[in-house]
Design a protein around this ligand. Structure first.
Ligand code: GUN
Length: 291
């Protein structure tokens, strides 16, 4: 029987543990806080930020909600980040990506104090991750490690294949898989849009992470029997329903389920874990600021 990995349930148990940790911090007079900065009127970005705010409220993290007009000058965003960096009551800072085209996302990520960079995207934090000395593990790959662990799968010595080479998922995921640490020690291959014979690579995978942003690109016959399949994709495709669209992953779920040993659904797989690990990093940030 294929195990359907329940990301909502694993995320809930992480939030429950964090609530307990936050209660303990509260007894010491510390209330973790996260500032979210949104400079976009993209409805998907607005939804993601408001879900992150709701998660903070559930576990007892103070959420500071900052919105900047997407037509404003970039200096407005940089000034906001400077203020948040200097504010002793702010533990974590998250600038929702993407920012408008007239602002450099690279420069924005560099402007955030690395100790408050709960996404783990600042170059100092990327470097520490690669060096095996992570301060903040990026939320999506960290959440994926937790999902794999929850399915009782040990990555040590296994073939891990990551499809996609983004800075947010593919690259840090591959880095975590090769580390000498629990959730790592895997022989790791990174595939991307220029990979020749993708199916030959994915069929080798004991653990397959699909993070290319291409709807249903991985189907059942690209998967080894019994593999653990993690679907990071959240793609909107046109559908004949009320909303006019539906969400599908990078994995063709029905055919993949026939071959996988364990698989994440979309939605309800990786998405809730990304959000849970952001809370985890924020609690860690509070420890660094006040410890
Ligand atoms: N946009 C899409 N995913 C993310 C994320 O993990 N963090 C931030 N800051 N922006 C995003």
């Amino acid at each position: 029987m294929t195990e359907i990995i329940d990301g909502d349930a694993v995320a809930q148990s992480i939030r429950d543990d964090l609530s307990t940790a936050i209660d303990q911090l509260d007894a010491e007079g510390i209330r973790p806080s996260l500032a979210t900065v949104l400079m976009s009127d993209d409805p998907a970005s607005e939804t993601y930020v408001s879900m992150k705010q709701d998660d903070c409220a559930e576990v007892g993290i103070e959420a500071i909600d900052i919105e900047i007009d997407p037509d404003a000058d970039g200096s407005e965003l940089y000034d906001t980040i400077d203020d948040l960096n200097a504010d002793g009551n702010v533990d974590g800072i998250l600038v929702q990506m993407p920012v408008p085209d007239h602002v450099s996302d690279r420069e924005v990520l560099r402007a955030i104090d690395p100790e408050k960079d709960v996404d783990g995207f600042h170059p100092e934090n990327v470097g520490r991750l690669v060096a095996g000395d992570a301060r903040y593990k990026p939320c999506t790959p960290h959440g994926i490690q937790k999902l794999i662990e929850s399915a009782g799968v040990d990555t040590e010595g296994k073939e891990a294949v990551v499809v996609g080479r983004s800075d947010i998922v593919g690259k840090p995921m591959a880095n975590l898989f090769i580390q000498k640490a629990p959730g790592g020690n895997a022989t790791t291959t990174v595939c991307h849009s220029r990979t020749e014979d993708l199916a030959a690579k994915t069929r080798e995978a004991d653990v397959l992470v699909a993070a290319a942003g291409v709807p249903e690109m991985i189907d059942g016959d690209m998967i080894q029997e019994g593999a653990t399949v993690i679907d990071v994709g959240i793609n909107r495709v046109d559908a004949d329903n009320e909303k006019g669209y539906e969400l599908v992953g990078d994995v063709a779920y029905e055919s993949a389920k026939e071959r996988a040993g364990a698989i994440t659904p979309v939605p309800g797989g990786v998405g809730p874990m990304t959000r849970a690990m952001l809370l985890y990093n924020t609690v860690k940030a509070a420890g660094l600021q006040h410890g």
